[in-house]
Write a protein that binds this ligand. Sequence first.
Ligand code: APR
Length: 257
Amino acid sequence: VVVVVLAIVLGLTLTRYSDHLRSTVIGRCESFLKKHTDVSRVNDCERIWGAFEEAYVGKDPCEVPAEAYDPLISSVTQHVICGTMLFWSKTKALAHAFTDNRECLVTLEDTLLGFVFDELTWCSKNGSKETFTTDCPGWSECQNNPVRSFWIRASANFAATSCGNVSAMLNGSLESPFSSTSVFGSVEVKSLDPNKVDDLTILLVTKETDTTTCASSSFQSLRSALDPKIAYNCREVPYNRVENCISDPEIPCSDCL
Ligand code: APR
């Protein structure tokens, strides 16, 4: 009897984990589509969930390559306006606070795919039908883990579909704001299509006491990773000005960055 009860409790707990992720994903997807009516007709949240599960369910949590998310990428339809794509590295909170109340710039996490999966954790097991949201491999624990592979695939797609003048918000409080092993450095910069992207502008957000400038040697490696057909710009942007613009969405973007 004890074993049966334990099995039932365990079964219910596992189902609840999967159901919880499913309802979070579908819930976020639906609220995004409610707010962005331009894409609501062409996206189906249930279909997106199905394509998502297809990537990792039943697989060892260290054996999910980025390509496993190809069907998920194809299940989502969204076009970001040329010249509005904003990449970021080590500036997540600031970049998102900035784009939150503004339409001039759009991060991956402001698009349907990034919005739905932001800050979530998931994995399955070899031969399992379950989804787990705890005890999944950490970002660097193994290379092909479901969460890391998802962000690599989604970031590659966001960059590959970028066009016009794109920008990236980097952290001027760091000695090396550009890291060639970050997702921005290792995936996004290399996925920019020189036939579509005219230039990349680095927005180096700098506090008064920071010593790092656009002259930092870390930008040399950025320039060598960037296709030479894409023009490169770098601008130091005072942190205070960005903060000010975050607190007052009425200030035009052109006065902020
Ligand atoms: N360990 C743990 N988490 C990591 C690691 C790591 N080594 N690297 C990245 N992450 C996860 C974390 O969740 C972190 O908040 O990715 C997030 C961003 O990491 P950063 O190093 O700040 O930035 P970067 O790796 O360049 O990725 C950001 O990728 O998501 C896209 O379009 C987005 O331009 C953005 C870029």
